[in-house]
Design a protein around this ligand. Structure first.
Ligand code: NAD
Length: 362
């Protein structure tokens, strides 16, 4: 079956998606929309969209597509997604769907009511490295996991001042509306730890700092979750000119340790590679085992292919809706913990949800 796509929001992440779409045979690129016509036109030229425009409302009137990719910032996503769903379109949306918890729930209710499918871009679930790790953790390669740690610093600092400023402005945009790095990037890791451990969060304590006076929110965030089996999940994300880009991720069990890293050019704890990499130390098997898995900058191609199949099969996606809801609650709770300077417990109370509502704005 050939699907027809409308893209709303022609920015950085949309480029990553559209590059991957070149490999998907049953997807026709119908229209690219951005508030900035030049951006939409450049997408038409680069990726072969049939037309370019500035109004998603006009495109919904035309309606000659069945799937919409919403790659704007979250602040405008609810309104756009709601209109698309009510027009009977399936929607793949970038993360976070919204930081207003009630909006996340109502989008999923609306999708079920209108018999359309929604996917939110928790694409790390499609990365071969994490799929492989999940299998090995289940088999007990490092015994019972006791601690998960994801430390990820994204530096906008550069030796070339004009690059620094551009990158910092880009990061500042992602932090608008109350979001922190543990919200914007941490949402992937919250989703991954739930996937890898099969456990739910019980509580979180979070601290944050503004490393730059003009940061819209805390741009260094450090959170510690306790999971339902007592294991610990440490999440630290930083978007700043004042850090050096690096990433350090590991799982510690009672029989060994797994360290893992993305392919690429960040300064890595283990030597850089064109492939993602898992390094294992096991008590029962002395020495270091190193495994490489295929890497994509972002596994958005497999995500879209899987979504198209789910549409065709009329698959039940309530499991996905639950994952997105829980990951969103986890990151929202980190911001609540920072603002109250105290531990937040799960499930969130009605008061927690009300207070979270005051911490994010459009
Ligand atoms: N999954 C990931 O790994 C990942 C990585 C980076 C960004 N993201 C997410 O992707 C989203 C977009 O980020 P980005 O980096 O591409 O930002 P961006 O600023 O580069 O792109 C957003 C685009 O949306 C357009 N836009 C905004 N409102 C619009 C509207 N009402 N109608 C039409 N166009 C509109 C803007 O003009 C802009 O071109 C964010 O939610 C971000 O968190 C995800």
């Amino acid at each position: 079956m050939k699907h027809r796509l409308l893209l709303i929001g022609c920015g950085n992440m949309a480029r990553v998606h559209c590059t991957a779409f070149k490999e998907i045979n049953n997807l026709r690129l119908v229209a690219a929309v951005d508030m900035d016509l030049e951006r939409a036109k450049s997408f038409q030229q680069s990726y072969g969209f049939e037309r370019a425009g500035t109004s998603w409302e006009d495109e919904l009137e035309k309606g000659d597509f069945d799937v919409v990719l919403v790659a704007t910032h979250w602040q405008v996503r609810f309104e756009i997604m709601k209109a698309c769903i009510e027009a009977g379109k399936h929607v793949l949306a970038e993360k976070p769907l919204s930081m207003i918890l009630g909006e996340v729930e109502s989008i999923f209710e609306l999708a079920n009511k209108n018999h359309v499918k929604v996917r939110v871009g928790m694409m790390e679930r499609f990365r071969p490295m994490f799929l492989q790790m999940g299998e090995w953790l289940k088999k007990g390669y490092i015994g019972r996991p006791h601690a998960f740690s994801f430390m990820h610093h994204q530096s906008s600092g550069s030796l070339i001042p004009e690059h620094t400023e551009g990158a910092w402005n880009y990061q500042k945009n992602l932090l608008k509306g109350g979001a922190t790095p543990n919200v914007d990037c941490g949402i992937h890791k919250c989703d991954l730890v739930r996937m890898l451990s099969g456990k739910e969060p019980v509580s979180v304590i979070s601290h944050g700092r503004k490393l730059e006076a003009d940061a819209p929110s805390n741009n260094f965030t450090h959170s510690v979750f306790t999971m339902s089996d007592g294991s610990i999940f440490t999440l630290e994300d930083c978007y700043s000119r004042n850090t050096r880009g690096f990433i350090h991720m590991w799982v510690l069990g009672d029989g060994g340790m797994m360290q893992f890293e993305y392919a690429g050019s960040h300064a890595r704890p283990t030597p850089g590679s064109q492939e993602d990499c898992i390094v294992i130390w096991r008590r029962e098997k002395p020495g270091t085992e190193t495994y490489h898995t295929p890497a994509a900058l972002k596994p958005v191609g497999p995500q879209m292919e899987s979504f198209l199949k789910e549409i065709e099969k009329d698959a039940d996606l309530n499991w996905h809706y639950e994952n997105v809801t829980k990951a969103t609650e986890m990151v929202a709770a980190t911001v609540l913990s920072e603002s109250r300077k105290e531990i937040v417990k799960f499930p969130l109370s009605a008061k927690d949800r009300k207070d979270i509502g005051k911490l994010f704005w459009k």
